[in-house]
Write a protein that binds this ligand. Structure first.
Ligand code: GTR
Length: 325
């Protein structure tokens, strides 16, 4: 359902002979868990500016940041049923619903952030975007979510042995639970908004995420040890409710898809700047960041692949991603 705020748009009188026309303006509601100013929030705002400009003001976007509309699992239901029009979320919470989303959510599937950008912004990414459509949403674009590493309140992690017996929050997906188990630790799936209190009260020892989330969600205040094992590079996705999408003309659909793609470069720029800014901020705040040898972590992930990549179609996807240079 589109959210019509039928504002009479008084056209700015640009040409002298033009008295002004009235047009219906549709304001699309979009959700994001992150605070205002975060790269994904700003990228969706930028997407909104592009569609406003390119539709002559017929459409615009209002981003409800800071989880105002709920935690990711809830907003995914809202966008699937058409309660909200757009949503920017991680790939993780889609894993139980859309098999194709599990592949870019596998530990160490990407060799680097550059590799992930190349894959997700090319034909393989388009194929994964198309997999959203039978599930009530249209996949518009993938953004960068950087590399995720473990952080905790207890000690620096330098080897798998250090993780034994520890408890980490993960996103709500079986892959992440199995990933943590394969490292000898235990995982508790919980919404992002509960992680700070979870660590503070000792319900969990830590969590795993990228520098911008660790910093802006203030997890750095309660978990000082950030160990760079970079086990996941999970892309972010921008989706539109199929119900809202079906109300767009074919021309507008093409325009929306293009504007979303055009917002990706912007998000990458904002992302790179935010990673550097957040890393400095947490270091200044007293976080201890340590490098480690990743090979043993990579090797330990074999059972996760064996369990989650059984379907030949998914196996082929893994192969093509690994072959992408
Ligand atoms: C962030 C991601 C969010 C959310 C969060 C989490 O990096 O941008 O969409 O998935 O992680 O861990 O729940």
């Amino acid at each position: 359902m589109l959210h019509f705020k039928k504002l009479a748009m008084v056209a700015a009188v640009a040409a002298l002979s033009f008295a002004g026309t009235a047009a219906a303006q549709t304001v699309l509601r979009s959700s994001d868990t992150h605070p205002d100013g975060y790269p994904t929030v700003e990228a969706v705002k930028y997407f909104g500016e592009l569609i406003k400009e390119r539709t002559g003001g017929r459409y615009s976007v209002e981003v409800y940041h800071s989880a105002q509309l709920g935690q990711e699992a809830d907003t995914i239901e809202q966008v699937r049923t058409g309660v909200i029009d757009l949503n920017r979320v991680s790939m993780g919470p889609w894993n139980g619903l859309i098999p194709e989303t599990t592949i870019p959510s596998l530990p160490y599937i990407f060799r680097s952030v550059e590799h992930a950008r190349k894959v997700m912004n090319g034909p393989i990414g388009d194929e994964i975007l198309a997999a959203f459509e039978p599930h009530g949403v249209v996949g518009l674009a993938f953004y960068d979510g950087g590399a995720r590493s473990f952080y905790n309140s207890k000690k620096a992690i330098s080897s798998i042995d250090d993780l034994k017996g520890m408890k980490f929050r993960v996103m709500q997906s079986d892959i992440f639970v199995d990933m943590v188990a394969a490292l000898g630790a235990s995982a508790t799936p919980m919404p992002y908004g509960e992680v700070y209190t979870g660590i503070e009260t000792g319900v969990i020892d830590g969590a795993e995420n990228n520098f911008p989330s660790y910093d802006t969600a203030k997890h750095a205040e309660v978990a000082k040890f950030f160990s760079l094992d970079e086990h996941l590079i999970v892309p972010e996705v921008l989706v539109m409710s199929k119900r809202s999408w079906d109300q767009l003309s074919p021309e507008d659909q093409t325009l929306f898809r293009q504007a979303a793609k055009d917002s990706v470069t912007k998000q990458y720029e904002l992302w790179d700047a935010q990673v550097a800014k957040s890393r400095s901020a947490v270091e200044a705040g007293g976080s201890k960041i340590n490098e480690l040898d990743k090979q043993a972590f990579i090797d330990a992930m074999k059972p996760v692949y064996d369990k989650h990549v059984k379907d030949p179609k998914l196996q082929d996807l893994v192969k093509r991603i690994q072959e992408t240079q």
